[in-house]
Ligand binder design. Structure first.
Ligand SMILES: [Zn+2]
Length: 309
């Protein structure tokens, strides 16, 4: 084995190391924005709430009820729901999609202004329809689906949605806990397989019964059982919301400087004036300066670093 040129090797190593170091220095100074962590005020308490899982169901207009069940037909309530005035009906319908059908689907009364079919995402895939996630009543881009009884069938155009999870509460409850209509909150499920739903919408109305509504996909995801509760945490507090602040430009950085006041008698006002609009490290004063009593107090209170020269 021939003798290696140690100087050459050392030079190569130096080059590689310095290149690497140059790179490394670049990498440790990324253009990261300043992240400020906002923590939840301690006095904001979590609110425990009853959770209800909704199976697939339909809401029908008077007109569609008459088409499906006959002229002048009135739905038969069999069970009151937590929302005041709402009920489950004895009557059932069949949902027919391009791929599959579901029989024995519940109807919730009373009649509504628009026919609405609420599915889970699994239901929608099974039926073969593209149902968007929407708040109840918002039927933008909702899917078409066929609703049938033994004798009749209608095409409910733009009616099928996957219901956005939400919480019902009255204005009094919203006021008591500091929630507003439409606010998004996080809810931690107290279930066998706990998980937290973010972006849960608060709906405030006089007829609300305090409850959170989730669909069966969400219920199954957390192994929900009847009677399980959820804990409402405001979104901004749920997981320590992070506020991104714009990065301060180099030239905007305040420069720390010592301020000197060349006066024999210095008042509180003199000090405040000198420190206005600057980021100071301390103040230098003449050795024989006379400080007014308020000036002394101000210096002590603000813990201003004083040097006598
Ligand atoms: Zn609801």
């Amino acid at each position: 084995m021939g003798k290696i040129n140690e100087d050459l090797v050392r030079q190569i190593i130096n080059n590689v190391v310095s290149e690497y170091q140059g790179k490394a220095v670049k990498e440790v100074q990324p253009e990261t924005p300043v992240i400020k962590t906002v923590t939840c005020p301690v006095n904001e308490q979590d609110v425990e709430i009853l959770v209800e899982a909704s199976a697939r169901h339909v809401h029908l207009t008077e007109e569609d009820i008459e088409t499906l069940f006959g002229k002048g037909y009135k739905l038969t309530p069999v069970k009151k729901l937590t929302q005041v005035g709402q009920f489950a009906c004895k009557e059932r319908v069949t949902l027919i999609g391009p791929k599959n059908i579901y029989r024995n689907v519940a109807i919730l009364g009373p009649a509504r202004k628009e026919t609405q079919v609420e599915l889970s995402m699994t239901d929608a895939r099974f039926l073969g329809v593209k149902a968007p996630v929407r708040m109840s009543g918002d039927l933008r881009d909702a899917a078409d689906i066929i609703i049938a009884t033994d004798n009749e069938a209608i095409t409910a155009k733009g009616s099928a949605i996957v219901a956005q999870n939400h919480i019902h509460m009255t204005p009094a409850q919203a006021g008591q806990w500091g929630f507003t209509d439409g606010e998004e909150v996080s809810v931690k499920m107290s279930t066998e397989r706990p998980l937290t739903f973010d972006g849960v919408v608060v709906r405030v109305s006089e007829t609300a019964g305090l409850a959170m509504h989730i669909d069966f996909d969400e219920a199954n995801a957390c192994l929900f059982k009847d009677g399980d509760m959820g804990l409402i945490k405001r979104s901004r507090c749920g997981s320590q919301a992070k506020v991104q602040l714009p990065k301060m430009k180099e030239e905007q950085k305040p420069i720390e400087m010592a301020i000197s006041i060349n006066k024999r008698f210095v008042t509180e006002e003199d000090i405040k004036k000198a420190l206005r609009n600057v980021n100071y490290s301390g103040i230098t004063l003449p050795k024989n300066v006379i400080l007014s009593a308020p000036a002394k107090d101000y210096i002590n209170k603000e813990k201003i670093n004083i040097t006598f020269i």
